[in-house]
Ligand binder design. Structure first.
Ligand code: GCO
Ligand code: MG
Length: 402
């Protein structure tokens, strides 16, 4: 069996997605996601110019060997561009293997560990009142877990506040827009949001919050401590994690569970965090961290330390990643939660899929493969449009982490 052709498809049904389609000489094809928000075309080039020519003629059944070929063979290891390209190939190959086996992917991975996958949605508003209402809407939709973010008085476009309900799209401008940040204001405000949420809805639902890399370790420790009475499911990306040791300080001061990893690319980004038990949830996902082959390695390592998964699932992760992640989540023994930001109807039409939402859970279907396809005629209707994530500056103009 041979890989006969491989193509990259770029489409923008409301936002940009980069998709890889691998075709075999036996008529079976596989689909992988290679989207890197705001840097999409770099992965297109990496695949088209440097990866796809090597793949033609290879045996698509040799997933592990092809992964190692692309990782070791590049000599230049890791990084978001390389690892997304590898992830796209890996996911397309798992799709092909599962289709050939006539099995849904979760079965090939080792079978079901659970019936459905608990997800969390994003509730946001321009102030506390709006966010409290938005959380109420998610509760009405049956969600068991909800991430809450609100506009902070005095901060221009605080992180996480979208324009519409249910959909939130931060990459929204042809050049990065400038938002503001002020840690003092946020620290005074965020605990009030969660106090109001617990007063209004009680403690039956899981509540989550994303610090989006904005705090120093000491500030993050302070925030975690102040949030303890509200029993969060997790505080995410409380501080940047290039220096994994930074989490030690947070950990020494608070029992609020910590999650990190949406921007990690390999197990090496998480090694110290995991083996020193500095986090509770690892947020790497399929497209960001080298596909099913590598994410499985990270999850198994995390399981040794009772750390659970919490795959990133924002809208910049295409339905192909969402579908594959759901198969992974259905199998992985140390599953924690799955982020789920809904895609627009245009995106859903480009990527027909068989997963479905019911009462706060997502369920995979039983179609052989990962259950997500691409309608190329639909995709062709939406040409690529440059769109960047915002940047953040402090009041005095200093660049900060968005
Ligand atoms: C999350 C995230 C995202 C990112 C986005 C960047 O927790 O969902 O922080 O919303 O900002 O994925 O492309
Ligand atoms: Mg996040």
């Amino acid at each position: 069996m041979k890989i006969q052709a491989a193509r990259v498809i770029v489409t923008c049904p409301g936002r940009n997605f980069v998709t890889l389609k691998i075709e075999t000489d036996q008529g079976v094809y596989g689909i992988g996601d290679a989207t890197l928000n705001g840097r999409e075309l770099s992965v297109v080039s990496y695949l088209e110019d440097h990866v796809l020519p090597c793949l033609i003629g290879m045996d698509p059944r040799r997933i592990e060997d092809i992964w190692q070929y692309l990782y070791r063979g590049a000599y230049w290891r890791r990084g978001p561009v390389t690892m997304r390209a590898i992830a796209a190939v890996d996911v397309a190959l798992w799709d092909i293997k599962a289709k050939m086996a006539g099995m849904p992917l979760y079965d090939l991975l080792g079978g079901r560990s659970r019936d459905g996958v608990m997800v969390y949605g994003h509730a946001n508003g321009s102030d506390i009142e709006e966010t409290v209402d938005a959380v109420g809407q998610y509760i009405d939709l049956g969600y068991k877990a909800i991430r809450a973010q609100a506009g902070v008085p005095g901060i221009k476009d605080a992180y996480g506040v979208g324009r519409g309900k249910l959909f939130y799209e931060p990459a929204d401008a042809a050049l990065p827009s400038v938002t503001g940040w002020d840690t003092r204001k946020a620290l005074n405000f965020v605990p009030k949001l969660f106090e109001k949420l617990r007063d209004t809805y009680g403690f039956d639902h899981h509540l989550l919050h994303d610090g989006h890399h904005r705090y120093t370790p000491q500030e993050a420790a302070n925030l975690g401590k102040m949030l303890e009475p509200y029993q969060l499911f997790w505080l995410e990306d409380a501080t940047p994690a290039e220096n994994q040791e930074a989490f030690k300080l947070i950990r020494q001061h608070t029992v609020t569970p910590l999650a990190v990893g949406e921007i990690f690319n390999t197990i090496w980004d998480a090694k110290d965090l995991i083996q020193n038990q500095l986090i509770d949830y690892i947020r790497c996902t399929i497209v960001g961290a080298g596909g099913v082959t590598h994410l499985r390695r990270i999850a198994d390592f995390a399981a040794l330390y009772q750390i659970r998964t919490g795959c990133h699932g924002a809208t910049d992760l295409s339905p192909v990643t969402m579908g594959t992640a759901l198969h992974f989540d259905t199998w992985v023994p140390n599953f924690g939660i799955q982020e789920y930001m809904r895609h627009t109807p245009e995106t859903d039409a480009v990527f027909p899929h068989d997963y479905r939402f019911e009462k706060g859970m997502l369920y995979v279907g039983d179609t052989p493969g990962h259950g997500v396809d691409i309608d190329e005629a639909e995709a062709a209707k939406y040409p690529y449009k440059p769109a960047y994530l915002p940047v953040a500056r402090l009041e005095d103009g200093t660049m900060w982490n968005w």
